[in-house]
Design a protein around this ligand. Structure first.
Ligand SMILES: Cc1cc2nc3c(=O)[nH]c(=O)nc-3n(C[C@H](O)[C@H](O)[C@H](O)COP(=O)(O)OP(=O)(O)OC[C@H]3O[C@@H](n4cnc5c(N)ncnc54)[C@H](O)[C@@H]3O)c2cc1C
Length: 426
């Protein structure tokens, strides 16, 4: 019988640790709500600027998506460049994508400068096309991106594909040299260490139940007491709860989940993933996958389309076998999930509402974006011009007829699934 763990593979080496620091203080310069990549990304520069910073985290810092993800440093935007041009015009579309370039480079610099031990490798990413039409669309998009934003992307024809990946499934695809991978558990652990060393005070098991304004201050309420602060940054993304009702009405939490295989032979790994790089698929609810940092197993993820965990796991396993039929008998070692968050327009958000700064809405691509937007939020609080972002413009709209419980998700996911199935038949 297949036995597997229902905790992230990453936790074998870097499980989030509790932050049992007692009750938070009665006041602070800045309260950061949420202790993932975004929360740490905000707290570090603030503490380094000499501010008294308190991070309040409902569970253990890192327990959210930040220690559960695929670790792919895509800095991806869910909306294609051409759609952004159509909606916002060329200059604004360029600004969105150019900020992705900046954010990817900044993550690399942060990891190197702070010596964050997180298996960061700039190995590249190959995204497979599901049919010939999809490859043609990719060609048009990549041509635009290369010309307008200077992204280093290359079309790989089906005949050249075996250099990228050992599968017959795709009809060619796109290779990107500016994307790599990290061990997300170790990255979060490293960020937490940097934050604590910089003087950030972190309180786990301290969920925020209310934020209100009293005079020129913010009153932040938790079951462990009330904190008065001059500024509040909210970085709760897909885990946003009823304590943050304004944000909850603007974000749809979606389950993203992953499986890890048992170790595979070095020869097989070399055949399947000759470049040891990151992978994606050009479809609505496609898979993302990668080798483990030690190169011994494959980790594959996707959106959850079933409320039954066994069905969901089997769908991922079948997805893996569709790509690599050699793995039909391979056992799994782990299956886990986490929540990502989508705003209505599917663009990351840096927004101020009623004085509170929100860094959120990374649409499943927060390894690069969450730390970056957290850092931008910190710059906003410090009044620095570095707080400017292309993402502080588009309105952060409430989702109609929605109070935080996404009743419409099964319908949407069913529609995406159908669309993918139809496009595979082409
Ligand atoms: C399975 C999976 C795979 C993914 N793969 C990738 C990938 O390969 N590449 C990529 O770029 N992105 C990926 N992502 C997305 C990425 O992990 C997230 O976008 C990113 O981690 C978000 O970071 P965050 O700090 O904003 O939120 P989180 O890390 O989710 O942290 C939010 C925190 O807020 C806390 N919180 C919530 N409410 C309160 C409250 N009221 N008071 C106090 N604390 C509260 C939560 O407990 C949580 O710890 C993946 C996500 C998942 C789940």
């Amino acid at each position: 019988m297949n036995t597997f763990k229902e905790t992230p593979y990453w936790w074998e080496e870097a499980e989030p640790q509790a932050a049992d620091n007692g009750s938070p203080p009665e006041k602070a310069d800045i309260v950061v709500v949420g202790g993932g990549f975004a929360g740490m990304g905000a707290a570090i520069p603030l503490a380094r600027a000499g501010r008294d910073v308190v991070v309040l985290e409902r569970d253990r810092p890192g327990d959210g998506a930040s220690s559960r993800n695929g670790g792919i440093t895509s800095g991806n935007l869910r909306v294609s460049f051409s759609k952004l041009v159509a909606k916002f015009g060329m200059e604004k579309a360029k600004a969105f994508y150019a900020e992705g370039n900046e954010a990817r480079d900044d993550l690399k610099a942060f990891i190197e400068n702070e010596k964050v031990d997180c298996d960061y490798e700039l190995v590249g990413r190959f995204t497979g096309a599901m049919n010939a039409e999809s490859l043609e669309n990719m060609k048009r998009e990549i041509d635009l991106l290369n010309r307008q934003v200077g992204i280093d992307a290359k079309i790989i024809e089906r005949s050249e594909q075996s250099d990228e990946i050992g599968t017959e499934l795709y009809h060619g695809g796109v290779s990107r040299s500016d994307i790599g991978g990290v061990h997300p558990g170790k990255m979060h652990r490293g960020m937490r260490k940097v934050a604590e060393k910089s003087g950030v005070k972190i309180f786990g098991g301290t969920g925020v139940t209310d934020i209100s304004r009293v005079g020129g201050q913010f009153k932040v309420t938790t079951p462990k007491g009330v904190i008065m602060a001059s500024h509040v940054i909210v970085a709760t993304n897909g885990y946003t709860d009823a304590g943050l009702p304004w944000l909850r009405r603007r974000l749809v939490p979606v389950i993203s989940e992953m499986i890890a295989t048992q170790p595979l032979s070095a020869n097989l790994m070399k055949t399947l993933m000759p470049k040891r790089q990151m992978h994606g698929e050009a479809r609505e609810v496609g898979h993302y996958y990668r080798p483990s940092p030690d190169g011994t197993r494959i980790l594959l993820g996707g959106r959850r389309l079933s409320s039954d965990s066994a069905v969901a796991r089997e769908r991922l396993r079948q997805g893996l076998v569709d790509i690599f039929p050699e793995l039909s008998e391979t056992q799994l070692s782990h299956h886990w999930f986490g929540f990502v968050a989508f705003p209505m327009d599917q663009l990351p958000k840096l927004t101020i509402h009623d004085g509170v700064v929100y860094a959120t809405g990374f649409c499943g691509s927060g390894v690069v974006w969450a730390r970056w937007m957290g850092q931008k939020a910190a710059m906003v609080v410090l009044g620095s011009e570095d707080g400017a972002s292309a993402f502080d413009g588009p309105a952060f709209r409430a989702i109609p007829f929605y109070n935080g419980k996404p009743w419409f998700l099964p319908v949407m996911m069913g529609w995406y699934k159908l669309k993918d199935q139809m496009s595979r038949r082409k």
